[in-house]
Design a protein around this ligand. Structure first.
Ligand code: PEP
Length: 255
């Protein structure tokens, strides 16, 4: 059966001291308060990953993730970080294709296909982000647009490779705006994504794929979103920057 996952995307936030404090608080709160089956992934700025790793020692439910990686393994790519580097410091997950990376850094579906290949080849679990703009939703091309994002970046993978992926549906109009998708809108898209995966890889692979929702999810709306049959947890931005809020979001997952 697919896993329930809640991942926190800290983006470009927190100084080192603040990051250490946040990770310690989250690890303790999850240990003391969360009883359900849910995997928690913390994605701090890459600079802090090595320092934060020891704070997760002995934690079976909390893992580290990066926010991005380069598609090449090594080379003259100043400022970049590769999948083998992340693997070498014990990182398990990597967010790929976040809409901010697509928008501000020009990442394309074809480039993301290469990043996914590199992550998988190095034993990382990609959290592959997809999602439409407000205009695409208003003109009712959102389902086709998101379907194409999956097809173009992921459908070259074998079923065995695809089984190591997590998908995050993040409508761009909901990210950081306070405008959350309704639970019906999220469920409609997630069900479509699962059906699209089934059409390529079969129902068993589709049923085993965790599909997370992201976009202004918080402690107030998480439980309703996560209760939808095809919503398997969340990718959380703003609400992952405060330990209490994030823990309450994690507690929104019911088994
Ligand atoms: C995100 O950036 O992945 C995200 C979902 O952000 P927020 O929760 O702040 O909308």
């Amino acid at each position: 059966m697919r896993k329930k996952i809640v991942a926190g995307n800290w983006k470009m936030n927190k100084t080192l001291d603040e990051a250490v404090a946040l990770v310690s608080e989250v690890v303790n709160m999850i240990k003391d308060e969360v009883t359900g089956e849910v995997d928690v992934v913390l994605c701090p700025p890459a600079l802090y990953l090595t320092t934060l790793k020891p704070y997760l020692e002995g934690q079976t439910r909390v893992a580290l993730g990066a926010q991005n990686c380069h598609e090449k393994a090594s080379g003259a790519y100043t400022g970049e970080i590769s999948a083998p580097m992340l693997k070498s410091i014990g990182v398990r997950y990597v967010i790929l294709g976040h809409s901010e990376r697509r928008q501000y850094f020009g990442e394309t579906n074809a480039q993301l296909a290469e990043k996914v290949n590199s992550a998988l080849a190095n034993g990382l679990t990609p959290i592959f982000c997809c999602g439409e703009s407000l205009e695409q939703r208003q003109t009712e091309v959102h389902l086709d647009f998101v379907r194409a994002q999956l097809t173009e970046s992921l459908f070259h993978l074998s079923p065995e490779q695809f089984a190591n992926l997590v998908i995050a549906y993040e409508p761009i109009w909901a990210i950081g705006t306070g405008l959350t998708a309704t639970s019906d809108q999220a469920q409609e898209m997630h069900a479509m994504l699962r059906q699209h995966i089934a059409s390529q890889y079969g129902q068993e692979v589709a049923d085993d794929t965790s599909i997370l929702y992201g976009g202004s999810a918080n402690e107030k709306n998480a439980a309703e979103l996560f209760a939808q049959p095809d919503v398997d947890g969340g990718l959380i931005g703003g609400a992952s920057l405060k330990s209490r809020e994030f823990t309450l979001v994690v507690k929104g997952v019911k088994n």
